[in-house]
Ligand binder design. Sequence first.
Ligand SMILES: Nc1ncnc2c1ncn2[C@@H]1O[C@H](COP(=O)(O)OP(=O)(O)OP(=O)(O)O)[C@@H](O)[C@H]1O
Length: 241
Amino acid sequence: MIELFNVNKSYSKGAVKAVDNLTLEIKKGEIFGFLGPNGAGKTTTIKMITGILNADSGWIKINGYDIKTDPINARMQFGYAPDNPDIYTKLRGIEYLNFMADVYQVPRETRKDRIVNMLKRFDLYEAAGDIIQSYSHGMRQKIVVIGALLHNPEVWILDEPLTGLDPKSAFILKEMMREHVKQGKTVFFSTHVLEVAEKLCDRLAIINKGKIMFCGDMDEIKRYTEQNQSLEKVFLEMTQI
Ligand SMILES: Nc1ncnc2c1ncn2[C@@H]1O[C@H](COP(=O)(O)OP(=O)(O)OP(=O)(O)O)[C@@H](O)[C@H]1O
C-alpha cells in the first residue's frame, strides 16, 4: 500500500511546480497505473515515493512506513525500477544482481534459484556473464527490473517499465504484475501507453501539470464521461494535448 498526502514539489527555487498538492492511495491487491504527458510530474512523484527526492511538504507512507521519518523500513517494503536503466554498466549482469541481493539481504540459500528463475524467464540467462554496457536497452531494462524484484518486495514501483521491451518481455512482465497482485500485493507503475493501462490496471490516475485530473477504474472513467469515450479521448481532454 502506498499513501501520499498533500505532497508538493518545486524545482528551480520554486519556479517550476512539478507536483501540486497530490493526494493518492494505492491499495494492496491492485495494479495502479500512473498516466500523464511528458513533464506531468510522474517521475518526480515516483522519486519522492522512493525517497530519492524529498517532498517540499506533505507525507508519503509505504505499507505504513513514512519514507522521510522511517526510510530504512519504508525502503525494505518496495522494489524500484527507474525509467533510465543505464546504471552500473561496468558490472556483469550477474555481478549487478548479486550486488542488489546483498543490498536487500536476500539469503544465500534462496538467491541463486531466484536469480536463475528470473534470468530464464526474461531470456537473459545466457547474457548474465556479460558486461551490462554490451546489453541492448531492453536487456538493461530487464536486468534492472530483476534487480528490483529479487528481494520479493511487497510493493513494486516501476517507472515506465514497458517502454523499450519487446512484446514477449512486456507480456512476461505484465503476467508477473498480475501474479503479484493476486497474492494481495501492490504494483504501481507509470506509462504513456494507454492501451496497456486500459487492459492491465485495476485503477489508474491521470496527472497533468503536477495535479491529479482523475483517479478511478475503467468503469468510473466511463461514468465520468457522458458517452462511452475511450481512455485515449479522456486522457487527451484532461491533459489538453
Ligand atoms: N531537476 C529538475 N530541475 C528543474 N525542473 C525539473 C527537474 N526535473 C523535472 N523538472 C520539471 O518538473 C516537471 C515534472 O517533470 P517529471 O520528470 O516529473 O515529469 P514526467 O511526467 O515524469 O515526464 P516524462 O513523461 O517526460 O518522463 C517538468 O516540468 C520538468 O521539466
